[in-house]
Design a protein around this ligand. Structure first.
Ligand SMILES: Cc1cc2nc3c(=O)[nH]c(=O)nc-3n(C[C@H](O)[C@H](O)[C@H](O)COP(=O)(O)OP(=O)(O)OC[C@H]3O[C@@H](n4cnc5c(N)ncnc54)[C@H](O)[C@@H]3O)c2cc1C
Length: 402
């Protein structure tokens, strides 16, 4: 791959860098308070303010069309964007799902009325949005979803249960997948008969129950639907087109891995600095030194893997097996680094978030348990390995397709 940027991409990078240099430090100084310091994560209010500021600068949804406030970026520019956001350690957006997944689905599949109704509220962080796909028996096997939506006049009646829905308890709106053809699974055509809907989560019959995860946070939810009425004009795309709607924005999610790799590189540097000040003996340990060197090498290797995937996209080729490889590498590295951080801290690694002596507000200790999610979310490790075995190595076996 040729690593040099063309003039347009350089101009994009410089403009974003200049904007961040001008706005970020001031924003962080203005919005940091004791609560946020104790929590070690940006509050929703801070995320909202940051997204609004980004939107004022035209940086909130760079991959959207200009008509809706975006910049119609190329794949290379999205990579630059994602890496710069990670390099500057920006606070994170209020509507990550809305910006990266739901907005593009609305732009591609929505009617003019739907776009006018929802896109401005997503980009300007007026309402929070979530994405409701998973069910108790439909995770990796998402097409097995069974929450039913049956047409009844000018609305659908919805019954069933979703699970693991991030931030549903904070959301006013969600993009959900429901089954509108209850016969599809029985017919052996489970990808058919699925339809996408925009759901008002304050509707009667919707119940959200937060789930406490192993790091002590209540970030995701079970969502129950009992005879919930969803108006027909909240259907996104046609009946039975839900699978295509849902899959249409996966590419944006995958570019995000480039930013996550940059974040890991910044984490590794920060961990070494942290060890220098609180537990310098750890750095003299040959075992730790070896793990640091290996982690650094793996990060650089994964960055190159992501670039190779991108160069394939630019040549119009399929960007896999690099995509499942990058997901495997990123999740392995995220967990390796979280374990390394706690070992670098030594005994202080046991001090939990919120405690008065916790190092870096307990951020590293939290990551130790939180990063377990990385081998599950966004396609679990076993399933990525199946894909590689099946399609890249072409091993004979059950999963192999003709
Ligand atoms: C932090 C977090 C946030 C999430 N947020 C959302 C959200 O906002 N919205 C949403 O819809 N979902 C969300 N999810 C759910 C996520 O998409 C699912 O957890 C994921 O799809 C896996 O599904 P599952 O948990 O049902 O596991 P399962 O699919 O039941 O898998 C369980 C285990 O079996 C293995 N397995 C499954 N199938 C195979 C196979 N064919 N071969 C070999 N092994 C297999 C898996 O690898 C895994 O180890 C979130 C999950 C996490 C962890």
């Amino acid at each position: 791959m040729d690593f040099s940027l063309d003039a347009e991409d350089e101009a994009f990078r410089d403009e974003l860098r200049n904007w961040l240099d001008e706005h970020l430090q001031q924003f962080l100084a203005d919005t940091e308070d004791e609560d946020q310091r104790a929590a070690g994560v940006p509050s929703q209010e801070r995320r909202k303010a940051w997204q609004r500021l980004m939107n004022e600068g035209g940086w909130a949804a760079v991959h959207w069309s200009t008509e809706w406030g975006g910049r119609e970026t190329t794949a290379v520019q999205r990579l630059i964007y994602s890496e710069l956001m990670a390099e500057y350690r920006t606070p994170g957006m209020f509507n990550t799902n809305g910006i990266w997944q739901i907005g593009p689905m609305l732009i591609q599949w929505g009617t003019e009325e739907q776009k006018n109704r929802w896109l401005p509220s997503i980009i300007n962080a007026d309402d929070h949005w979530c994405q409701g796909f998973s069910e108790p028996d439909a995770g990796n096997d998402l097409a097995n979803l069974r929450t039913l939506a049956i047409l009844d006049g000018d609305h659908y009646v919805v019954n069933g249960q979703k699970i693991w829905i991030s931030t549903a308890h904070l959301a006013k709106w969600g993009l959900f997948l429901f089954r509108t053809d209850p016969t599809a699974i029985g017919r052996g055509a489970k990808h058919e008969g699925i339809t996408a809907f925009i759901v008002d989560l304050e509707s009667p019959g919707v119940e959200r129950r937060p789930i406490r995860d192993m790091s002590g946070e209540e970030m995701f939810n079970e969502v129950y639907f009992r005879d919930v009425h969803v108006p027909v004009d909240c259907r996104l795309g046609g009946e039975g087109e839900g699978w295509m709607v849902a899959m249409s924005t996966l590419g944006f999610e995958r570019v995000g891995i480039a930013g996550q790799i940059t974040s890991l590189a910044a984490d590794l540097r920060a961990m070494v600095e942290m060890a220098r000040s609180v537990n310098p003996d750890a750095l003299a340990d040959p075992g730790i030194a070896d793990r640091l060197a290996r982690a650094w090498t793996e990060i650089e290797l994964t960055r190159l893997l992501v670039y190779r995937a991108l160069s394939k996209v630019m040549r119009g080729e399929k960007n896999w097996p690099e995509v499942p490889f990058s997901k495997l590498q990123w999740s392995m590295l995220a967990q390796t680094l979280a374990e390394l951080a706690v070992d670098l801290l030594g005994p202080a690694g046991l001090l939990a978030r919120g405690g008065p002596d916790a190092v870096d507000r307990g951020k590293w200790t939290r990551l130790y348990s939180f990063q377990r999610y990385s081998t599950i979310g966004g396609g679990s490790t076993e399933v990525q390995k199946n894909i590689i075995a099946d399609r890249a190595i072409k091993l004979p076996g059950q999963t192999r397709r003709p």
